[in-house]
Design a protein around this ligand. Structure first.
Ligand code: NI
Length: 395
């Protein structure tokens, strides 16, 4: 039996513990940047291993360093820990808090990183260097806990050469992981537009400046950024989810509110698209004598996987007997992307689906669940990646 397979077997013997950690976290979810009890729980578990140096970062984040040689090399593992404002369906082990739910599997991410630490600690004679484990708050809420932890120096205090993270994935079965080299998940930016015209009687359009009519043209016109200005080889989405204005059929309102999201896969094009949308909004509004107020709320950047790390993860997963699938581009966004802007990074999709239909329900839904058979796989994979990476880095 190779070392990777035997680590997976060892993780499977920890299954009861992994499930207990995950179910505790699942029953007690906390929203982004309010993960106080979650952080206490993580610190409590880490207290089992006194040689691990732990500290709080940005209030509800926990950094845990396992070190066998402070001179390095160093590698980082990341789990996000926050939950969502969703009411979970009634079932065993459901959330005990109304309208709070681990509907994106971050409970599992946390339990698996704790499991990986247990394995790394048990095997610390097998590797030399440092492993920084990041229990990161606020993945679900802008500006993203990752950006705040980076600002607080988590990537600068020790020379981290690579970072790995994983995410539960209901479109993949347990025993399969999904990878993609290069751009993988989209950058997302929010735009909010208010068009201010001149209201009046709807029977006299020549006496008003109709912001509803201008907003309709603007929404249509801005799709030209996607279809005419963008290189079609780089997928782009511009969707408006808010179009609000008016109170009566025969009254032209003063203002219309629009809000939408822009998704892109190239950082240079992302900035150009923002500039085009801003320019067109001002030009079109000026042409029809309506005043635009446009604000952008920057979201997460493009998540880009380092191609050498992807090959390394693929080889390591196959050594463990896992199936590896190449993933399509993913239009949702992830704040793990911020780490990848600073150090070589690889984000792994971990299969968590089984025959239970709830495990096939998409993330961010009230039915979403995971097959807990995935927990030892994710824990062993993270541990094995760290050990193998450090061994390779020294050889
Ligand atoms: Ni998530």
């Amino acid at each position: 039996m190779n070392a990777a397979v035997s680590l997976l077997e060892e993780a499977r013997r920890l299954s009861d513990q992994l499930i207990a950690w995950r179910r505790h976290l699942h029953a007690h979810p906390e929203l982004s940047f309010e993960e106080w009890q979650t952080a206490d729980f993580i610190e409590g578990v880490l207290g089992r291993w006194p040689a691990i140096q732990t500290r709080r970062v940005h209030q509800t984040g926990v950094v845990a360093d396992i070190v066998t040689d402070p001179a390095g090399p160093w590698v980082a593992l990341r789990a996000d820990i926050d939950a969502l404002p969703i009411q979970e369906v009634a079932r065993p082990h459901a959330s005990q808090k109304a309208n709070h739910m681990h509907a994106c599997g971050h409970d599992a991410h946390t339990a698996m990183l704790l499991g990986a630490i247990a394995l790394l600690y048990a095997h610390r004679a097998a590797w030399r260097g440092g492993i920084r484990c990041l229990f990161q708050p606020g993945e679900e809420k802008a500006p993203g806990g990752a950006s705040l932890l980076i600002q607080e120096g988590v990537l600068d205090e020790v020379p981290i050469r690579a970072i790995f993270g994983q995410h539960v994935t209901p479109s993949l079965p347990v025993g399969t992981i999904g990878l993609r080299a290069g751009p993988f998940m989209a950058a997302s930016d929010e735009l909010h537009i208010t068009l201010v015209g001149r209201g009046g009687h709807a029977a006299h359009p020549h006496l008003v400046r109709d912001p509803i009519w201008v907003a309709a043209q603007l929404i249509t016109s801005l799709q030209g950024v996607v279809s005419r200005l963008n290189d079609p080889r780089s997928p782009t989405v511009l969707s408006f989810g808010v179009f609000q204005g008016g109170t009566a059929p025969n009254v032209i309102p003063e203002t219309v509110q629009l809000a939408g999201t822009l998704r892109t896969f190239d950082e240079s094009w992302r900035q150009q698209a923002i500039a085009h949308i801003t320019r067109l909004t001002h030009t079109l509004a000026a042409a029809w004598e309506v005043t635009p107020h446009l604000t952008w709320k920057p979201g997460y950047p493009v998540l880009t996987n380092d191609s050498q790390l992807v090959s390394f993860v693929e080889a390591t997963a196959q050594e463990m007997g896992l199936q590896v699938e190449e993933m399509p581009l993913w239009l949702s966004s992830e704040d793990f992307a911020f780490y990848g802007q600073r150090v070589p990074a690889c984000f792994i999709r971990l299969g968590t689906a089984s025959d239970n239909p709830d495990t096939q329900s998409p993330v961010h839904t009230s039915r979403f669940d995971i097959d807990e058979g995935a927990l030892p796989i994710g824990a062993a994979l993270l541990a094995r990646l760290a050990i193998q990476y450090l061994q390779n880095a020294r050889s």
